[in-house]
Structure formats: C-alpha cells, structure tokens
Design a protein around this ligand. Sequence first.
Ligand SMILES: *Cc1c(COP(=O)(O)O)cnc(C)c1O
Length: 367
Amino acid sequence: MSRPITVTQPYLPPLEEFQPYLEQIWQNKWLTNAGPFHQQLEDELARYLGVEHLALFSNGTIALVTALQALRITGEVITTPYSFVATAHSLLWNNLKPVFADIDPDTFNLDPQKIEEAITPQTTAIMPVHVYGRPCDTAAIQKIADTYGLKVIYDAAHAFAVTQGEESVLKAGDLSVLSFHATKVFNTFEGGAIVCPDATTKQRIDYLKNFGFADEVTVVAPGINGKMNEIQAAFGLLQLKHMAEILQRRQEIDNRYRAALAGVKGIRILPLPDNSRQNYSYFPILVEADYPLSRDALYQKLREQDIYARRYFYPLISAFPMYRGLASATPANLPVASRIAEQVICLPIYPALENSDVDRVIELIAG
Ligand SMILES: *Cc1c(COP(=O)(O)O)cnc(C)c1O
C-alpha cells in the first residue's frame, strides 16, 4: 500500500534556505517582542495581501479573542455554526453570547437574511467566516451592520490572499482575523494576524497583544500575551517567497478534482466563485442521496485506503456541549447547516500531493 494521504500537509521550504534566518536571530539575540523579522513580516504581508495594516499574533484564536476586546464588543454576537470551533470559543472567552444563524446553501457562508432575523436589542456585532476561503456576501453584511449599528469581525482564517475583484477580502468589515496554523495555506507553525483599517486601531491592538504596555511604565489595558516570535516570523518571510508556487500547485489539484468529479452522480462540488482570486485551501464535496454510499461510508472507504479526508465541518459548533443549550443552536434553527454538515467531505489538497495520489482519490470516489 502507498503512503498515507492526509487532508493537508504543511508546506516546508528546503531546510538550507532557513539557515541564514536562524543565524541572523542567533546574532541579534532578539527572540521576540516586535523583533526585526516580526516587523519585516508585518510590512511584507500587508503589501502581499494588499491591506493597510496588520498585527501579527502567536495564533489565530488569540487574535480572534483580542479583536473582540479591541472593539469592546458586548452582549450578543451573531455567528455561524459551520466553522472550526475556535470561532465561537472566542466569543465565550469574552463572556459574549453566540447567536447562531443559518448558512446559505450555495456558499456555506452566513445567510445575510438569517443574520438580520437574529438581531435583538443585545446584538452588538456579527462574526462571519469566509468558509473554505470563499468570500461572504460582504456588501449585504455591511449594509445590515450599518443599518443596525453593529460591528463586523470576519474570521478570515481560510481567506489568506483571497480577493473580491481587485480588492483583498480582508478589507471588509471592521477587522479581519487570519490564522497561520500549520494546516493553513500560509503557515508560521502557529500564528495569526488581525487586519485593521487604520494606524490608531493597529496601535491599540499592538498594546493589547503585549499585556497592555504602551511604554516601559504605562499599562493601558488588561492585555494578553499574543506576540509572534522571531522564529515564526522568519519562517513566514521565507514561505512568502514560495507563495506563488504553493498557490499554483493547489490550483492544479483543484482543477484536477473538479474536472474528474464534475460528472459523478450524487457528488456535488462547489463552483469557483466569480470575480474572486481563490487560495484553493480546501476541496469540499457533498455526498448526496443519489450517491451509492452514505457520506460516512465513503469517508470510511477512503480511510481503509489510508486516505484521511476530513468532515469539515461536522459536527456543527452548535452541537458541542457548551453551545447546544442555546436557543439558536437547535437544528430546527439551522436546517441548511445541519444538512451540509451531514454531506460534506474535504478531500486532500496540499502542494506536495502528487497527481497519482489525486487520481487514486478520484478513482475511489468515481470508480
Ligand atoms: C484554524 C482556524 C481558527 C483558529 O486558528 P488557530 O491559529 O489554530 O488558533 C479559527 N477559525 C477558523 C475558521 C479556522 O479554520
């Protein structure tokens, strides 16, 4: 049997390319706290992503928690059940009440109409997710936010380098949060960032991620330790040099799956969004009623061949014990998300995946 195939695998550049960065760190003896590689990565990422300002973090979850602190969000926040659990956990860590709204059946992102229906006098913010890097209906969400006076914080953990037209999708809303976890398209082992529109907001976020220190003797907020260290930042700088090849290989794999699976009865694939540069971070398929196997049977069949596809996102966040008691968490309130969670499988996609591996996965699904 061939080697196991996981849903994703981190991209690692040639080891010798990392050596000069390490030598630099050893020479500087500056290991963390806004070191030179940290500052350089903030600048280079802002330029690469086409955004004004960003603040690096030790991971995406601390960045989400801090984004909510920065905007002083209170009360209820409308969010999606169809995401990684950290989205809603960041609300509980701020003593906020998550209110789950259903998703759109074609994009799997929050349905703007369902957001509007979930608003109460306690609502202060919306936390949507660009699921699989596919942009939310940001215009409709902003209109609702403006009408009701709400903040919008995007969990953009999947949306690295994604655009809507020429514009970065990370410019939508008040803040956007990225994750650079090892499983993501761009990684710094662990890491993340908050994208913000102006220097004043970035300054405040920089205080918050460093215990609230504004200078040696002044603490302006009950901040957290969310700082990215120099080794992480150096790795990010090196990886940024390889992004073009990483994205190109991902696109080739996406195209290969797309072409081969488009005609398979009972398998639904999502069309690529119009007018959007994608990052090909995930390849979800839906196993529908007219496929010969159930979703879980297909998932098991792949596992038996050492192919570890994942059911992102199953279970829904709203099904976990700390959420399921909420009125908005009932499956009756979330019919679309509940159905998609029972049908989805994300197929392996990462730069080192070979065409022969892709073809094996296709053969098992289509054959
Ligand atoms: C990965 C991920 C996170 C968490 O990011 P970490 O860097 O692992 O803390 C949050 N939300 C979504 C949607 C994610 O996929």
